[in-house]
Design a protein around this ligand. Structure first.
Ligand code: PBG
Length: 335
């Protein structure tokens, strides 16, 4: 029970403060604001390309021109930041496209920072979209398919992050889950003159079925095996706190929990234990499930989306990464 005195019925009637919208708002403990939202965007080569993602209605792979339009729309609605994922023209076994000076994400960052300088550009730092095998690190082939090598992957991740910073990224966000990558990235950023570029680490990232639709969106499905040798086991909460502690020690400025809705306990503990700026990533299937149920008329899309994001805020999230950022921004304006 609460250590504080609480009233008792009939002196205390909780319904007293629920009688009108204004009263309810006055005593509301948490709130959603457009300033908390981050919109993930997928950029691919080409011109005037808007390739729909089947499982994510309203989400597209966008060529640079279309990306700019979409980013401008988000910016116009007050969404402060986008999170960029790249789909390169070609993939190889050393993820060259991830750190190419003129890679697709690097081009996108330059364009967005030139045209919309006030829009924060966060870049996802990973290798899976650029690797022919779709894994987040370098693979050593063996009889079972392959082993994902940790330490050799760090150099590529650090190079990718520095190339994003060099293009003008405001924040880099490593999502690979290799051990030691935050330290490697921080060192490379500092060495190359980007000691002011913050790192938002996907600190507690779980191996999750909720990433299914994303892999279609980013064309990053592993060609063999799965990601369970590097992403976390869904059963583990204490380990998630150690992952977060490690990333903070290595230099993370913002820590992320991902997925969000099925991991609110982790979010709560991360915020409570560390008090760091904390992001929740409402991942692809969280979005797809709401869209699908709403399309069937089974749920109220707006109510369910806002309630889910509010739950993340209640659990401790400062930053909400969601594919519904533009819709949410519009709903918040209407409220
Ligand atoms: C890349 C990455 C993934 C997501 C974000 N960055 C996919 C994965 O780890 O398989 C998932 C995002 C989503 O589902 O919305 N490593």
């Amino acid at each position: 029970m609460s250590p504080h005195p609480v009233g008792q019925f009939p002196a205390y009637r909780p319904r007293r403060l629920r009688q009108s919208a204004a009263l309810r708002r006055l005593v509301s403990e948490n709130a959603l604001s457009v300033s908390q939202l981050v919109l993930p965007l997928f950029v691919r080569p080409g011109r005037q390309v808007r390739k729909a993602i089947g499982a994510m209605p309203g989400v597209f792979q966008l060529s640079l021109d279309e990306l700019l339009r979409e980013a401008a729309r988000a910016h116009g609605l007050g969404v402060p930041a986008v999170l960029l994922f790249g789909i390169p023209a070609t993939k190889d076994a050393k993820a060259s496209g991830a750190y190419a000076r003129n890679g697709i994400v690097q081009q996108a960052v330059r364009l967005l920072k030139r045209e919309l300088p006030d829009l924060l550009v966060i870049t996802d730092v990973c290798l899976c979209e650029y690797m022919s095998h779709g894994h987040c690190g370098i693979v050593q082939v063996d009889q079972r398919g392959g082993k994902i090598l940790n330490d050799p992957s760090l150099k590529l991740l650090a190079r990718a992050a520095a190339s994003h910073a060099e293009a003008g990224a405001d924040i880099v966000a490593p999502s690979d889950m290799m051990d030691g990558r935050v330290r490697a990235i921080r060192a490379e950023l500092d060495r190359t003159g980007f000691s002011d570029t913050p790192i938002m680490s996907y600190a507690a990232k779980f191996a999750s079925g909720f990433y299914g639709p994303f892999r279609e969106a980013a064309e990053s499905t592993p060609q063999f095996g799965d990601r369970r040798s590097y992403q976390m086991n869904a059963a583990n909460a204490n380990e998630a706190l150690r992952e977060v502690a490690l990333d903070i020690e290595e230099g993370a400025d913002i820590v992320m929990v991902k997925p969000a809705l099925a991991y609110l306990d982790i979010l709560y503990r991360v915020k409570t234990d560390f008090g760091y700026p904390t992001a929740a990533y409402a991942v692809s299937a969280e979005y797809s499930m709401v869209k699908a149920a709403a399309a069937n008329g089974w749920i109220d899309e707006r109510a369910v989306t806002l309630e889910s994001l509010l739950a993340m805020r209640r659990a401790g999230a400062d930053i909400l990464i969601t594919y519904a950022a533009c819709e949410v921004a519009q709903w918040l304006q209407e409220k």
